[in-house]
Ligand binder design. Sequence first.
Ligand SMILES: *Cc1c(COP(=O)(O)O)cnc(C)c1O
Length: 393
Amino acid sequence: MSQQTNILRQLPIDPLTGSISTPIYQTSTFVQEAPGVHKGFDYARSNNPTRKVLEDLIANLEGGDGGFAFSSGLAAIDAVLKLLKTGDEIVAVDDIYGGTFRTFTHVYEKFGVQIKYVDTSDPTNVLNAITSNTKLVWLESPTNPTLKVSDIEAIGKIAHQHDALLVVDNTFASPALQQPISLGADIIIHSATKYLSGHCDVIAGVVVTKTPKLSEAIKFFQNTSGAILSPFDSWLTIRGIQTLPLRVKQHCKNALKVAQFLEKCPWVDKIYYPGLPSHKNHEIAKVQQKAFGGVVSFSLKEDTPEQAVQFVSSTKLFNLAESLGGVKSLICHPANMTHASVPREKRLSTGIQDSLIRLSVGIEDADDLIQDLQQAFEQLTSANKQAQIFAEF
Ligand SMILES: *Cc1c(COP(=O)(O)O)cnc(C)c1O
């Protein structure tokens, strides 16, 4: 059965009323027949019927034992990190999401957790960094914003040989393109804010666990720390997931066309898209992913922040905003926006050039999107000509 059919088939019809849309159970508590005798719900931090529909759905999509919904992707990440104790180590992908880096550095290092960052696109680097203290190997694949892809299966084997768990932040691929548990991951994280919900209208996070033992642990931290997803935001996320395979197919188709257009552009220097044979991880991406995702990054021949700022300010269909994975196309300038807090030297070392531009390609018509980029490039040229004329005077 296709993933799209599977999603729609398994969403339950409300047994009380026949409502085809999952009801929003906006309640804090549940009346009990006798002390401790209830229908599986006692207090809505611990469990909520709307949230449970989402949690079962995402667990099924990722092929995991349990699913857990949180108030943001970072809350989901925080719940996973609570598995650790002082003295434990994490080996993490070097161009990790900025918010995860901030949590690692400013919260968990303070509690004595050590983090080693390596280029995980070569599994040997993980092997060299891992020690008997390593409890988690932390991947994002593809990464943000240079779309680095890591071999999940190979790294899973290395992690397990050293009694460490493999955590995969699957936000960029989504389960429509890649199911890390089937490749050996133990825990999956999503910022459901992105492709899962898909419409830029909710902040949400999920964790999916491979084993009942991990499910029990994450459930404990979800209930204990309490950063749960609200019933309404759970409902929005369920609604988004209903079209996930359909949307992602269009995102990927459009992104490939946009990347192919950029490849031929005289204004463009480097292009990062795992679907292009020129991308350094194209081969592993082909094996590991069903398609290559909706995010494309590129740098300009004239590699200055000013050029990038001018470009991102002159597109009309690509909206200037952080985030990704929504139906509307977005454009951002990482050096000034998502990665502004990363020192320039570190940015440059992970490929984030001054002029790097990241596109979250939406589901508009690809030709319209390409035309929008073309006109923005042409504006760059005419502005440059003007600048030259002024310089001559
Ligand atoms: C956005 C994002 C997060 C954080 O998720 P929030 O929902 O914003 O808290 C984590 N990882 C990746 C890869 C992301 O893109």
